[in-house]
Design a protein around this ligand. Structure first.
Ligand code: NIG
Length: 397
């Protein structure tokens, strides 16, 4: 059975050989899909068994959300409200979510994870990375990572998110737990290891120990750093060959130089800066320095409770000095690079048919029409949606 998505006003492929550079844009196009794969891209009017009329809409590769914390229980609206009234963000609320997550059972955690995945799919995301980090005990981190592994292969162990209450003042001891029994317990479920290298979380030696232990266990490396201030995280992450250093709200000239001469991606999380009233990272400066960048949602109940990549794009264009094309690249090929993936984030024959169809004629509307439900339909994903999710119904015009 072949499907043609026809009458596409503007098709973003991210394959420069297929269309106008830099995003490989094809106008008045069709995409032919068979068994979940793109088999042809050409002018409108292609033939197939089934036809979806895009009716002049814009089609993009599905978004690659390379940083989320989707396994958690509870919410922290009160903390957000206090922040909006002037209280600073310091990450301390992570422990509140840890308490709620530990108290929730597998079934409740899975149900809320499923709801967030449906929400992300409706928002145009077709690849999602999921971190643990709200269990912070051997048992609870094993549960969180096993739930993440039930739905995606992009799973990350973040036992070193913060030091839990029962280890307060004993960060080195907790780091040993993370690097030993906790890592052993989560190992079957995860592809990546991550650590929050920041004042109030883990220092550079503890962070290095976690990354080294993860590497010995055969995991890929990621890092949270430079969210709340300048610090040594970028130097550590580049030295260790992390696939991505995430947040990067504060970057010095040295940080930029190190990133630019590495293959580590700087992943910006603008919805977290929005929700914590941090300054936005200067993406223009990073791109001009030659740094490879990504943008992700960072969906979590504390610093960034959104799955909306469109919102992140609008922030990046409005407040981070990015062009719309740079922002779109950052949430597609950029996210893919942050996960060291080449198969997602682009639309080309032979690749997966992961598509986002906008209820708009061009990609510019993603930044131009912030806050409106612009995703008309999302097709495909490499994560597991609940069988009851009705994601296939286009919204009528
Ligand atoms: O990426 N920076 C650390 N971790 C999360 C925040 C989690 C929370 O506040 O619950 C983040 O922003």
């Amino acid at each position: 059975m072949t499907l043609v998505i026809d009458n596409i006003a503007e098709l973003v492929t991210n394959a420069p050989d297929l269309g106008e550079r830099p995003l490989g844009i094809v106008e008045n196009a069709s995409v032919v899909v068979e068994d979940g794969q793109v088999i042809a891209i050409g002018p409108a009017g292609a033939l197939a068994d089934e036809r979806l009329d895009a009716d002049g809409r814009c089609v993009l590769p599905g978004f690659v959300d390379s940083h989320t914390h989707l396994v958690f229980a509870g919410e922290r609206a009160e903390e957000f409200t206090r922040r909006m009234a002037g209280e600073p963000y310091d990450g301390d609320g992570i422990r509140i979510t840890t308490e709620a997550t530990r108290a929730a059972g597998r079934k409740a955690l899975r149900a809320s994870l499923d709801r967030r995945l449906v929400e992300a799919h409706r928002a145009g995301t077709t690849t999602v990375e999921i971190k643990s980090g709200y269990g912070l005990s051997v048992e609870s981190e094993a549960l969180a990572t096993s739930l993440a592994a039930e739905v995606t292969t992009e799973t990350t162990f973040l036992g070193a998110h913060v030091v839990p209450d029962e280890y307060r003042g004993r960060a080195d001891e907790y780091t040993e737990l993370v690097c030993g029994p906790m890592l052993d317990a989560v190992r079957p479920h995860v592809r990546w290891v991550d650590v929050f290298c920041e004042t109030g979380a883990f220092d550079v030696d503890q962070s290095r120990a976690v990354l080294e232990a993860g590497r010995r266990a055969g995991l890929g490396l990621r890092l949270h750093a430079n969210q709340l201030d300048h610090g040594p995280g970028v130097g550590l992450g580049v030295e260790m060959g992390c696939a991505s250093i995430d947040h990067c709200t504060y970057l010095s000239d040295d940080d930029l130089e190190m990133l630019a001469s590495s293959d580590t991606v700087a992943t910006f999380l603008p919805a977290a800066d929005f929700s914590t009233r941090q300054p936005y990272p200067d993406a223009r400066r990073a791109i001009d320095a030659g740094v490879r960048v990504a943008i992700a949602s960072n969906c979590n109940p504390g610093s960034s409770y959104t799955t909306s990549i469109s919102f992140c794009i609008a922030l990046a264009v409005r407040d981070m000095g990015m062009t719309i094309d740079e922002a779109i690249a950052a949430v597609t090929t950029g996210g893919a690079a942050a996960l060291r993936r080449k198969d997602v984030g682009r639309l080309a024959p032979g690749g997966p048919a992961h598509l986002t169809i906008l209820d708009a004629p061009s990609r510019h509307h993603l930044a131009y029409r912030p806050g409106v439900p612009l995703i008309w339909r999302t097709i495909g994903s490499d994560y597991q949606l609940p069988p009851t999710a009705n994601t296939s119904q286009p919204i009528p015009r």
